[in-house]
Design a protein around this ligand. Structure first.
Ligand SMILES: [Zn+2]
Length: 505
């Protein structure tokens, strides 16, 4: 059996205020053919799982394409056309194939196309034909369109957030493909979309138990109760995308089409609706978060303040300064701000060299009105780094990441990491490359959503979640959606949404 494997991934924030060019993807490495296996061998990724299952099954694996960009504004029209063309060419070159495995994200939109993932799956389907099974993985923060569901045979989203199970999701997708290739099953996706812009508590699986753990238990029970249910895949959705399909969904992969699978998907969606008010994270303003951090009794390990409102891992600019300003003014002992994306500050530090002193206006350059503008700072350069690191934590373990040319600055006693690229700090290796140990700090301020909990859990005393009002803010009322399907919670009145969904007469 010849099985094509590919991955195209991006999470596009419609509210970032810009489109990114193809170079955004090329920076992280667009890989073709034989260059793919060595890049993923030994990693905890979907691609590694596809290859491992292929070896077990005796398949001939045909690596086609990997194109991944870190979350940002949507890719521009020319860049999207180029990625579609590359995927089509790689798929044609792979023919003939017996099966296809794709690792997608689910929140890929572009200037030209609101449903990037649906377009990728439909492109591959059109080339391989209707009878070749296609099994995919998704990020549970994906927004699943009808076209995506109809273009593939099976969907396996990650089951953890922070996402520490890329490999396991890849194993499930490949396992389903193996059963299809053996003639044991004929998988078909049954999709139901919830009337929710966000659901399942953003799919958090860190303590305390919440809606996602209950949904996972329900999904596993559905799979156990009916051998025709191949997999129940839960997607919380990605609310920073202004696209029709944004929001929570459930995909039931069943053996052949059957209305009972649609009913199970609808039942899970109803669970999301009933749980919509249950959120396990309390979101504070920058001032509230900082005050709460200062009130934590002395103890061991850093207090972490995570700014969800300017999170590069969800497409934020990573340079807002509302929280930075509070920390610089109060100068708490052993404080680290990691990181502020500021290419000009990073360049000034690189020019001055270690020990040099620089006068800069730090951060807040991209969208000064959102989350705080630039702050004048006199800083000493403590260390420099090229920004390359290898993830040490359980989240994408072994994968190489890049912050761009970066520096650690001493800003009047407060340590601040400045980076060229906007990147969330969620892995301790990203801090260690500056010659410092995160364990030794009392307060660490980062710009990231829940992903940090995996890497920081072993060292942190407590986590406090804040919102500085950047472009990944969840205060949706301030955002203007024009393409999103309506009515939808929480933007429209509960009774209007419930009636439209058939939950009220
Ligand atoms: Zn995600």
């Amino acid at each position: 059996m010849r099985v094509m494997i590919a991955s195209v991934m991006h999470e596009a924030n419609s509210f970032a205020g810009n489109f990114v060019p193809f170079a955004h993807f090329a920076r992280r490495g667009v890989l073709h053919g034989a260059d793919i296996p060595p890049a993923y061998a030994g990693t905890r990724t979907e691609m590694a799982a596809f290859m491992a299952t292929g070896a077990d099954q005796g398949w001939e694996i045909v690596p086609a394409l990997v194109a991944r960009g870190t979350p940002s504004g949507p890719i521009d029209a020319a860049g999207f056309a180029r990625i579609i063309a590359m995927l089509a060419e790689a798929t044609r070159a792979a023919l003939p194939v017996d099966g296809v495995l794709l690792a997608l994200h689910g929140a890929f939109s572009s200037e030209a196309e609101d449903d990037g993932d649906g377009a990728f799956a439909a492109t591959v389907r059109a080339i391989v034909g209707p009878d070749v099974p296609i099994s995919i993985t998704l990020d549970p923060h994906g927004n699943v369109s009808d076209r995506l569901a109809a273009s593939v045979n099976a969907i396996s989203a990650y089951r953890t957030h922070p996402h520490t199970d890329h490999f396991e999701a890849g194993q499930r997708a490949a396992g389903t493909l193996a059963r299809a290739l053996n003639g044991e099953i004929a998988p078909v996706v049954h999709l139901a979309r919830a009337p929710l812009l966000r659901g399942f508590d953003a799919c958090r699986t860190t303590p305390p138990d919440g809606p996602m753990q209950r949904a996972m238990a329900q999904a596993r029970a559905m799979e156990a109760a009916d051998p025709g249910v191949i997999e129940v895949s839960v997607q919380a959705g990605y609310s920073s995308a202004d696209v029709f399909q944004a929001g929570a969904s459930v995909a039931v992969t069943g053996n052949r089409h059957d209305a009972r699978f649609d009913a199970l998907a609808a039942q899970m969606v109803r669970l999301a609706w009933d749980e919509r008010h249950n959120e396990t994270v309390k979101m504070l303003t920058a001032a509230e978060a900082f005050a709460e951090a200062r009130a934590v009794p002395p103890g061991h390990g850093p207090i972490v303040i995570a700014d969800f409102g300017d999170a590069p891992n969800a497409g934020g600019h990573g340079d807002t300064t509302a929280l930075l300003a509070l920390i610089l003014a109060a100068k708490p002992p052993k404080a680290l701000v990691a990181a502020i994306a500021d290419p000009s500050a990073a360049e000034a530090a690189q020019s001055a060299g270690v020990g040099g002193q620089i006068s800069i206006t730090l951060g807040g350059h991209v969208a000064p009105a959102q989350g705080g503008g630039p702050i004048p700072v006199v800083a000493r350069v403590v260390s420099l780094a090229d920004g390359i690191y290898v993830h040490e934590g359980p989240y994408t373990t072994g994968v190489t990441g890049d912050l761009g040319a970066s520096a650690l600055l001493d800003c009047g006693g407060v340590m601040v990491i400045v980076t060229t690229l906007a990147r969330s700090i969620f892995d301790l290796a990203q801090i260690r490359i500056f010659g410092i140990q995160p364990e030794n700090f009392d307060l660490i301020a980062i710009k990231v959503m829940d992903a940090f909990r995996a890497g920081f859990a072993p060292i942190m005393r407590t986590a406090i979640c804040g919102e500085t009002g950047g472009t990944t803010s969840r205060f949706h009322v301030a955002l203007t959606y024009t393409k999103l399907r309506r009515p939808i919670w929480p933007l429209d009145p509960d009774d209007v949404v419930a009636r439209h969904a058939g939950y009220l007469p």
